[in-house]
Design a protein around this ligand. Structure first.
Ligand code: FES
Length: 198
C-alpha cells in the first residue's frame, strides 16, 4: 500500500494510523502528545485517497472546524487506513515550512486562518476532552510516556538536521522514496548516529 507523506513514499498496512506510518517512516508531521489526540498539531491535508481513510469520528469533528474538514484536513493520529490504494498527504508543518521557503508573505494570513479555525473548534474540543477524561479514555501515564517519546524524536530530528549541516552534509531526506539502500538513512542510524523522527 502506498502512502505518500510530503512527497516521500512509505509502506503501510490497513489499520495503520497516518501518524504511525509517519513515525515509522520518519516523515515530518510534528506532534508532541504522542499520538493521543491532545496536542492538535498533527494536521495533515489529504490530497489524494481520502476515501481510503476512516471517516472522521466525533473526536476529530470536535478538533477540526467545519472549514478545515471541508478542505480535506485530518488529524494524523485519528485517521486510519481502511482500504488499499494510494493516499497522499501534506502535513501542516511541512506546508508552513514550504511556505516560509517559497512565499513567506502568505504566512501571516495562513497563521491567522489556522488560529481562527482552532478558536472556532475550541469549545467542542474542550468538551470532547472533558468527556474523554470522565470516561477514563485518557491514560495519564501512557500519555506521558508517549509524549516523552515524541520529545526525544523531535530532539533527534533537530540533532540530525544540525549535525548534518555542521558536517557539511545534506540532512537525511524525508523520502529516500521508500528505499533503504546505500545513501538512504530512512529507518536506520544516520552518519551522525541519530535518527530522523516524526
Ligand atoms: S493531536 Fe497530538 S498527535 Fe494528533
Amino acid at each position: 500500500m502506498k502512502i505518500i507523506i510530503n512527497d516521500s513514499q512509505h509502506e503501510a498496512a490497513q489499520g495503520d494510523r497516518l501518524i504511525d506510518v509517519a513515525r515509522s517512516g520518519h516523515a515530518h508531521i510534528g506532534y508532541f502528545c504522542g499520538g493521543n489526540a491532545i496536542c492538535q498539531t498533527c494536521y495533515v491535508k489529504v490530497l489524494e485517497g481520502a476515501e481510503l481513510l476512516s471517516p472522521p469520528g466525533e473526536p476529530e469533528k470536535a478538533m477540526l472546524s467545519e472549514l478545515l474538514l471541508a478542505e480535506g484536513n485530518r488529524m494524523a493520529c485519528l485517521a486510519t487506513i481502511e482500504k488499499p490504494g494510494t493516499i497522499r498527504v501534506l502535513s501542516a508543518v511541512e506546508e508552513v515550512k514550504r511556505m516560509a521557503e517559497t512565499d513567506p508573505l502568505q504566512l501571516p494570513a495562513y497563521s491567522a486562518k489556522m488560529g481562527w479555525e482552532a478558536l472556532v473548534a475550541f469549545p467542542a474540543t474542550i468538551a470532547m476532552q472533558f468527556e474523554r477524561t470522565l470516561e477514563g479514555h485518557l491514560d495519564p501515564l501512557g500519555i506521558l510516556r508517549d509524549m516523552a517519546g515524541a520529545v526525544i524524536g523531535a530532539i533527534e530530528l533537530a540533532s540530525a538536521l544540525i549535525l548534518g549541516s555542521k558536517a557539511g552534509e545534506e540532512p537525511a531526506s524525508d523520502c529516500c522514496q521508500g528505499q533503504t539502500g546505500e545513501g538512504c538513512s530512512c529507518g536506520s542510524a544516520t552518519a551522525n548516529g541519530v535518527r530522523r523522527a516524526a
